[in-house]
Design a protein around this ligand. Sequence first.
Ligand code: PMV
Length: 325
Amino acid sequence: MSAGTATAVAHPNIALVKYWGKRDEDLVLPVTGSLSLTLDTGATRTTVDLDPAAAQDTVELDGATSTGVPHERVATFLDLVRERAGRTERARVTTVNTVPTGAGLASSASGFAALALAAAGAYGLELDERDLSRLARRGSGSASRSVFGGLAVWHAGHDDASSFAEPVATDLGLGMVVVVLTGEQKAVSSRVAMRRTVDTSPFYPAWARQNPQDLADALAAVRAGDLARLGEITENNALRMHATMLGAVPPVVYWSAGTLTVLHLVQALRRDGLEAWATMDAGPNVKVLCSLRHRAALAQALADQVDGARLLVAGAGPAARLETP
Ligand code: PMV
């Protein structure tokens, strides 16, 4: 029998080569592989507490009881864990996020990585890291990568067994400055935007063809220790992903005026010699990949030149971990 309770902590990750589009919605199999950096700023701490007397799972997020879709996603995920563990008890799930929820800062990545680890612990499922990554993937695709610290590649695979993330060694000294333009919930979830883009954007097939090349080139740049090449691919890849969304019907436009301001500023700072490259996810906020040695100068320039933005200054973060009681 398991202890019946477990607490896990996981960190957000930001993709340098994006995951955009599922080929199997139920198993969360992506169309293409992706590469990400787990950050050391912001974290999700989740406790799963089995409650044999309860008829339903209860979910509390940042002190408020979850209902509707957020509750359903967690309960469905726990069903998967229960099925694998051969258990039936319901659970109390308590989550505290220090990343703004729903603002394109990948709180679903840290959220489902922490939930997968805590639920596996509470229900007594013995999983190695690869199986944990596969399990986290079922909650949210990007969560497969937050199981690992630093750089992680998520192999697209072709079925449940072959689609998992694993760490990628690097001594590149990567940093990231997250420019939080808004911490508000986005209007269109990444799940909905992704599906709409796959279904309606004439640019999607071009993305699906190009992305494996971007991933191979990015991994080659990491192996060669070529930060400028990795950065160039990162910025290009994000713009290509957003181009597919602009072609969707109706279009998905996550950018705000501030997004463009930061994008142009980063390009100008680069012309001035800073090692800095922008990337954007399913929201208006901009994340700027940089070298650790230029991180302070980058943060200063962003603080001076972007009105009203909050900055999160990050480096490579650790793998998801269980907290010992
Ligand atoms: O795993 P999801 O459903 O949160 O989708 C993540 C999609 C992007 O953040 C836009 C890209 C990525 O690879 O993280």
